[in-house]
Design a protein around this ligand. Structure first.
Ligand SMILES: C[S@@+](CC[C@H](N)C(=O)[O-])C[C@H]1O[C@@H](n2cnc3c(N)ncnc32)[C@H](O)[C@@H]1O
Length: 216
């Protein structure tokens, strides 16, 4: 049964951090690796899309405790857990969809997203990445660590499966449902370039999870 996105994560909140850190291939390395690519200067402004309970931020704030973070997530419960971990840190949390949240233009030194954007299709991402491009400072960049489809055929199959599940369950609304529909790394790179990013590099991978860096 498909579950709405925020309900899915809220239901699994109790064991969420442990599940991510122990069951997801590469997670023992990719949070620290992703954090190591973020700006090291104090007071750097970083935007986190789908920050959840803050696993990537724990790694980042241990490197740069004075960073100024804006975290966006659909789930209030995930954000409450995050807030309880980082008392005294400069973190602004927004409980909303990153597709609907306006970003401040030219404001951020970097943006980051870990294991969140593999639920969405090309058109939605194109609009988001174009706004993200505008939100970054001139030397800004976006670090994306996420799970990707291993082939274009699999990518098509994931979207077909989701459409079939929605049809079978009589779902006709536009709410977000939790179902993995990762794009291929090539397609994600094309969208980032189309949105304006000049250079998109693959920096690392752990099975199907890759880290991409997109530069303004
Ligand atoms: C697998 S968790 C990853 C959380 C965190 N980045 C991590 O790696 O632990 C995915 C998160 O993305 C959030 N999310 C999914 N779609 C979203 C959207 N459209 N806007 C904001 N947050 C979203 C979910 O609520 C969830 O907290």
């Amino acid at each position: 049964m498909l579950e709405q996105m925020s309900a899915f994560f809220e239901k699994r909140l109790a064991g969420y951090d442990e599940h991510m850190l122990t069951e997801i291939e590469g997670a023992d390395e990719f949070y620290a690796y992703t954090a190591s690519l973020l700006p090291t200067e104090p007071d750097s402004r970083v935007l986190d899309l789908g920050c959840g309970t803050g696993l990537e931020l724990e790694a980042y704030l241990s490197i740069q405790p004075r960073a100024k973070i804006t975290g966006i997530d659909l789930s209030r419960a995930m954000l409450d857990r995050l807030a309880s971990k980082f008392e005294g840190k400069d973190i602004r949390l927004v409980c909303a969809s990153y597709f609907d949240t306006p970003f401040e233009n030219g404001a951020y030194d970097a943006a980051v997203s870990v294991e969140s954007l593999h639920h969405f299709e090309r058109e939605r991402k194109l609009g988001l990445y174009a706004r993200l491009y505008d939100a970054l400072k001139p030397a800004g960049y976006f670090v994306l660590t996420d799970y990707f489809a291993e082939s274009p055929e699999l990518e098509t199959e994931y979207f077909r499966n989701l459409a079939e599940l929605k049809r079978a369950q009589g779902i006709t609304d536009d709410a977000f449902y939790h179902y993995d529909t990762p794009l291929t790394v090539d397609h994600e790179t094309q969208i980032l370039r189309e949105a304006g990013f000049k250079g998109v590099d693959i920096r690392n991978n752990w099975g199907a999870t890759y880290t991409l860096v997109a530069r303004k």
